[in-house]
Design a protein around this ligand. Structure first.
Ligand SMILES: [Zn+2]
Length: 63
């Protein structure tokens, strides 16, 4: 697995495809990024499972 992974998701607000870069060396993390398209806040939660696979959940902040 690469230490830096690119994760693709659809914006929960506008549905546009977006992507974020995850630093896998920091373990589980949760952060907010503004959508590049609609500029609304998107919460991105990244978890690493025991096999080192990324599990990503995305939802609209405040929704
Ligand atoms: Zn959006």
């Amino acid at each position: 697995m690469n230490p830096i992974e690119t994760v693709r998701f659809s914006c929960p607000w506008c549905g546009e495809p977006a992507e974020t870069v995850v630093d896998c060396t920091t373990g589980d993390q949760e952060y907010v990024e503004d959508c590049w398209c609609c500029c609304r806040p998107v919460v991105i939660r990244v978890e690493l499972d025991a096999g080192g696979e990324l599990a990503v959940a995305v939802w609209a902040e405040g929704a």
